[in-house]
Design a protein around this ligand. Structure first.
Ligand code: HMG
Ligand code: MG
Length: 298
């Protein structure tokens, strides 16, 4: 049986914009967050407290967080690779922090300049400090379905990182297909293994759509009862350290699928499509989302 309700975490303001070469103003970023919450999103990944040398587009994290008019019931999360990032997140009043590990050593080195083992050691004090301040910790497992440097990633390696992230107390595990190469059967195998370790309410899928498989992969997850997914309005995004990877699956496309299946999301599709139109115009391009383009054409 499929879930009756699905939670979507819009990562557009973070994953969606982090790779933009031209500067996007903090005002545009906060307006994007405002429109997402008005459209019914209850979890929004707002920005990253990472090194501005590594990801210049996220250098305005403090300004973006300060500009957001918080709506009760909305959870604002931010990426924090280390304690310096956590301190920024805490000062900015984030509700939740996201640590990001990889199931591939090569990607760990390129993305956060350390080994998987070193990254877990860096995250440990972040998790402890977050919990001490009543904040939740989500953990992303990058390259769970394939790596741009290593190629195939064994499921055992994914399990190992999941175990280590649970071991330091992370509250939630997100299985990420960083380069969008996974297919439905493979995704189910990885998720089935993760479900042996993580309660279904604390497991999510994060699918980039490079090979056009993300909607199918989400459907494969729904069949296992997984009911939380990261998505990105307008299909924005990509990772600066995963060359050629496209954005996350578009929130509009996932909402259309879910509503078609009779699954509630709490999201107003028309308001979401208007949001996709807003950010796409700000970036001077069309949305990647098929649903947004179809509805904007009518
Ligand atoms: P490093 O150079 O090894 O760090 O980078 P360091 O500790 O040696 O510090 C070097 C400098 O960076 C110092 O400044 C620090 O203060 C500063 P300096 O003395 O040279 O002036 N620094 C910081 N500044 C601001 N905020 C911080 C911070 N930490 C150090 N938090 C580091 C290591 C992890 C910092 C770096 O590699 C980094 O920031 N990486 C982030 C990469 C990133 O954001 N990637 C994209 C997000 S992950 C993603 O998209 C995947 C995901 O979507 C899931 C999926 O799809 O797979 C989540
Ligand atoms: Mg991502």
């Amino acid at each position: 049986m499929l879930p009756t309700h699905v939670t979507l975490v819009d990562v557009g303001p973070r994953d969606g914009l982090q790779n933009e070469a031209a500067p996007v103003s903090a005002v545009t970023k906060t307006e994007l967050v405002h429109r997402l919450q008005a459209a019914g999103l209850r979890q929004i990944e707002a920005t990253s407290f990472v090194s501005p040398k590594w990801v210049p587009q996220m250098a305005d994290a403090t300004e973006v967080m300060a500009g957001i008019q918080r709506q009760p019931g909305v959870r604002y999360s931010v990426l924090t690779p280390n304690m310096k990032g956590f301190e920024g997140a805490l000062a900015a009043g984030a509700d939740e922090v996201v640590v990001f590990a990889a199931a591939s050593e090569a990607f760990s080195q390129r993305n956060i300049n350390c080994s998987i083992t070193e990254s877990i050691a860096r995250f440990q004090p972040v998790v402890a400090a977050a919990h001490a301040h009543g904040m939740r910790v989500r953990a992303a497992v990058s390259c769970a379905l394939g790596c741009p440097y290593q190629g195939e990633v064994p499921v055992d390696d994914v399990d190992d990182v999941v175990d280590r992230l649970l071991g330091i107390g992370c509250d939630h595990i997100g299985i990420a297909d960083t380069i969008g190469v996974g297919t439905a059967g493979q995704v189910q195998r990885v998720m089935e293994r993760a479900l042996q370790r993580v309660p279904v309410a604390e497991l999510s899928g994060h699918f980039h759509d490079t090979y056009g498989q993300a909607l199918t992969n989400i459907h494969a997850c729904l069949q296992l009862g997984v009911h939380t997914f990261d998505t990105s309005v307008a299909g924005l995004g990509g990772c600066p350290y995963a060359k050629g990877a496209t954005g996350n699956v578009a929130t509009e496309d996932v909402v259309y699928l879910l509503h078609g299946l009779g699954i509630a999301t709490g999201i107003d599709l028309d308001a979401l499509v208007d949001t996709a139109d807003f950010i796409s115009r700000a970036l001077d391009r069309k949305p990647v989302s098929r649903v947004a383009n179809a509805l904007l054409a009518t």
